[in-house]
Design a protein around this ligand. Structure first.
Ligand code: HEC
Ligand code: HEC
Length: 303
């Protein structure tokens, strides 16, 4: 027997052996397994046999074939090339794929037409509209409850289930500002909230450390009326011209700094915030109802 054929038979038997080991009794060889497994194993066996035959054919061809045909005129260092006709089937497939590609882009699956992602986005949009309609004019209690649910999913990973900021990892939302944050914005200014307060806050309105300390204490403790030093420093820094006498804020000029309200929370969600504590990303994927709900929930936390 020819050596090549012998090698092919050995390889076939070895591959059949490997197939059996790989699928084992799950392949149904031992009588178990269903017909799908049996069919799969049969397919594997057929593939192994066909592969062996085809490989053998070509190996023998490489060993025995002699070159025939007409040589092209050019040769490279004595190495010539035969003139080969373009195989007809190859040419048909080549032209066919061009036609098919045109059909695919223009008629079959045109760009920007049907796609599963597009369909998914449309469904989400339709659902959001329904959701918004359903949750219009919620009473305050339901709104807060919904805010709590959204908070657990979206905010608690950083702010903590108790909204205490997990030991300083994020802002403590049971209290609007700490002294560190007030000092930070006085020294560095701030322009986080570009959407609602495009002008930002300039740095260094106060430079005397004693005044900065006094203002930080005054603001962080919630504008205590009997804190004369704090109040004086607040006026000296012209803080009141933007934030108002008691830190209630001014539309488009400066945010509320004496507590939380829905507008303040919405502002943070729109642009995110980077401050003394860390950085919070913007949340632009929430629906209007969810934003209102979070506003109600966070406002309630600090009461
Ligand atoms: C020109 C107007 C303006 C003046 C004057 C001003 N602020 Fe502000 N303040 C802003 C704006 C705008 C922001 C929002 C900053 C941002 O977008 O990050 C802000 C933010 C703040 C915050 C919130 C920071 C935070 O971490 O959330 C505090 C506290 C504050 N200002 C305190 C003061 C104090 C104290 C003074 C006086 C020394 C003062 N501001 C003067 C406009 C002003
Ligand atoms: C990736 C972590 C992270 C997530 C998630 C996150 N936050 Fe924050 N948040 C922060 C950090 C950090 C700060 C403090 C920024 C600073 O002032 O330095 C902050 C600050 C805030 C503030 C401003 C507090 C203040 O007194 O100025 C509010 C309001 C807020 N977050 C609300 C939310 C809400 C509502 C969600 C959920 C939709 C949320 N955060 C999700 C990290 C996060």
């Amino acid at each position: 027997m020819n050596k090549t054929v012998l090698a092919a038979i050995i390889v076939t038997i070895a591959m059949l052996g490997f197939t059996y080991v790989a699928v084992g009794s799950a392949g149904g060889m031992g009588g178990e397994g269903d017909w799908v497994n049996k069919l799969a194993v049969l397919g594997a066996v057929v593939l192994v046999i066909i592969t062996s035959f085809v490989v053998t054919k070509y190996v023998r061809q490489m060993q025995n074939d002699t070159a025939t045909g007409k040589l092209a005129e050019e040769n490279w260092d004595g190495i010539g090339e035969y003139k080969n006709e373009l195989p007809f089937g190859w040419a048909v497939i080549f032209l066919g794929s061009i036609v098919w590609a045109m059909w695919y882009f223009l008629a079959g699956y045109p760009v920007n037409a049907y796609s599963q992602i597009g369909e998914y986005n449309e469904e989400v949009k339709a659902h959001d509209v329904k959701f918004e309609a359903e949750h219009k004019n919620m009473d305050p209690e339901t709104l807060k409850e919904m805010g709590g649910s959204v908070f657990i999913v979206q905010c608690a990973p950083c702010h903590g289930l108790q909204a205490d900021g997990i030991n300083g990892k994020a802002a403590n939302l049971t209290h609007r500002l700490d002294e560190k944050s007030v000092k930070h914005v006085i020294n560095n200014g701030g322009n986080n909230f570009k959407t609602d307060y495009p002008g930002g806050m300039p740095p260094m309105l106060l430079q005397d450390p004693a005044q900065i300390d006094a203002v930080a204490k005054y603001v962080a403790s919630g504008f205590k009326a009997d804190d004369a030093a704090g109040k004086a420093a607040f006026l000296a820094g012209t803080c009141n011209t933007c934030h108002g006498e008691n830190g209630e804020g001014m539309p488009s000029v400066a945010p509320k700094i004496n507590g939380f309200d829905t507008a303040m929370v919405t502002t943070v969600l729109k642009d995110g915030k980077k401050g003394a504590i860390g950085a919070m990303p913007a949340f632009n994927n929430l629906t209007e109802a969810q934003v209102q709900a979070l506003g109600a929930y966070v406002t309630d936390l600090s009461k």
